[in-house]
Design a protein around this ligand. Structure first.
Ligand SMILES: Cc1ncc(COP(=O)(O)O)c(C=O)c1O
Length: 440
């Protein structure tokens, strides 16, 4: 019986993999992992043959409340029985109203009005448009190494060659400032100075690279795709002063770092700064496709009839899931749990860094952790090693991500429900794999 089951499931595995080859466009990824995931619970996913993997990437930092969270699923199911879609911007629907109210309560003060879309990039596009309409200005400033999405506008403001290559030329009117990437800056031993100098550089960019017609500065409070870079504590405060002097809005892109991942509900709260527009997606609804941008009423009212819409945006099922997910994050105190588990994981990873040949930087905030691998003191990126470690971890039953501008940063961004013993399990596997890969 067991044998048959395995045979059946093996056939299904190869069927699915073959169908991907025949019918799915995957040419844009180096390789799809050779497994077929079929179920998940908490911080664990299972493949079609029943093998378990400890998921420390959470579907690219999405399922913050855990895979198939029972409360989220129940809320979505109940909503599905009532109404799936009717265009939430042509008619009023209760789940959208309730979620907008909840987001107004949990985002930084003054940000009370939300627009809901389907993906991070869609919310970014909407935020950019709104910033232009409100300010009557047209240019943007973004950071080197940033990533804001895959549509034309979002890629135009992304400062990451590896995501932009072969897609240009991009939209004019975008200037880039150096990211406060302490590890690769002149001020590796003085984060505060790095924060101060990089903030000053924003003012230089305004003066020397723009026509003075800047609508907004956009940044991720913790950079995700760029390699898990948390700016120094003083950075956003200094930048905000400069922006205020020049009448430029601050858009915080919390698509990846929002919803408790960094140890606070929103990562910008670590910096004591209130953005003008806050953009969210990924962790908002535990895997249901939903995004939002949230702002002050006077900024929101720059939209006039016909300026914006999204057919599926604010879908009632996704909004119901979002509400249940946020209620779960709050009730289970997951911001504090993420902070504590993140500290613990960082301390164990730093031990590994000290005790063997892992060369590079271990950094992060909450459960948004990056391990940047380098080959030498010149910080030559060790991208091949990062990929080899990720692939070897997969074979050992652990899912981690790889990112960074140079493709050399291993990313540890598990569901926030991960337990301490699961973190130990993940880091034990990681440690063993690092030893094996670096010994080669
Ligand atoms: C910071 C940030 N902004 C925007 C996006 C785009 O989001 P999506 O893939 O949902 O369009 C991403 C995706 O990784 C992201 O990390």
């Amino acid at each position: 019986m067991k044998k048959e089951l395995a045979k059946d499931s093996n056939e299904t595995v190869s069927d699915t993999i073959q169908k991907y080859r025949d019918y799915v466009i995957t040419d844009f990824v180096k390789s799809v992992a050779p497994i077929v995931i079929s179920s998940g619970t908490g911080a664990v996913v299972r493949d079609i043959s029943g093998r378990e993997y400890l998921d420390c990437f959470a579907g690219i930092s999405v399922v913050n409340a855990g895979h198939c969270n029972k409360e989220v699923i129940a809320a979505a199911k109940a909503q599905m029985e009532r109404l799936v879609h009717c265009s939430s911007y042509s008619y009023h629907v209760q789940p959208l109203a309730d979620l907008a109210e909840k987001i107004a309560q949990i985002t930084p003060p003054g940000l009370t009005k939300s627009f809901f879309g389907n993906s991070g990039t869609e919310a970014i596009e909407g935020a950019l448009k709104l910033a232009r309409l409100y300010t009557g200005k047209h240019e943007f400033i973004a950071l080197h190494g940033s990533f804001h999405g895959r549509t034309y506008g979002a890629l135009s403001i992304s400062g990451n060659w590896s995501r932009k290559k072969r897609g240009g030329p991009y939209a004019p009117g975008v200037s880039f400032a150096p990211a406060p990437y302490v590890y690769r800056s002149f001020w590796r031993d003085d984060p505060e100075e790095c924060g101060r100098q990089c903030a000053k550089a924003v003012e230089d960019v305004i003066r020397f690279a723009t026509s003075g017609d800047v609508a907004a500065f956009i940044a991720e409070p913790v950079m995700g795709e760029g390699g898990i870079i948390a700016p120094p504590a003083n950075y956003f405060r200094e930048v905000k002063k400069i922006l205020d002097r020049h009448g430029i809005l601050f858009i915080a892109d919390e698509v990846q770092c929002g919803f408790a991942r960094t140890g606070k509900m929103f990562a910008i709260e670590h910096y004591g700064v209130v953005p003008d527009i806050l953009v969210t997606a990924k962790g908002i609804a535990d895997g249901f496709p939903l995004s939002a941008f949230t702002t002050r009423p006077e900024i929101a009212s720059a939209f006039k009839p016909g300026d914006h819409l999204s057919t599926f945006g604010g879908n009632p099922v996704c909004c119901a899931a979002g509400l249940a997910s946020i209620a779960f994050l709050e009730r289970e105190n997951l911001p504090s749990h993420a902070a504590a588990m993140g500290e613990y994981a960082l301390s164990r990873l730093r031990e590994i860094q000290r005790s063997n040949s892992l060369r590079g930087d271990v950094r992060g905030r909450g459960l948004m952790i990056g391990i940047e691998l380098v080959q030498d003191d010149e910080l030559t990126p060790a991208a091949a090693e990062a990929e080899a470690i990720r692939d070897a971890c997969l074979h050992q039953g652990l899912l981690v991500g790889v990112g960074g501008v140079y493709g050399n940063v291993l990313r540890f961004q598990p569901p926030l429900v991960i337990s301490r013993s699961q973190i130990d399990q993940a880091i034990d596997i990681f440690s063993k794999v690092v030893k094996e890969v670096t010994a080669k």
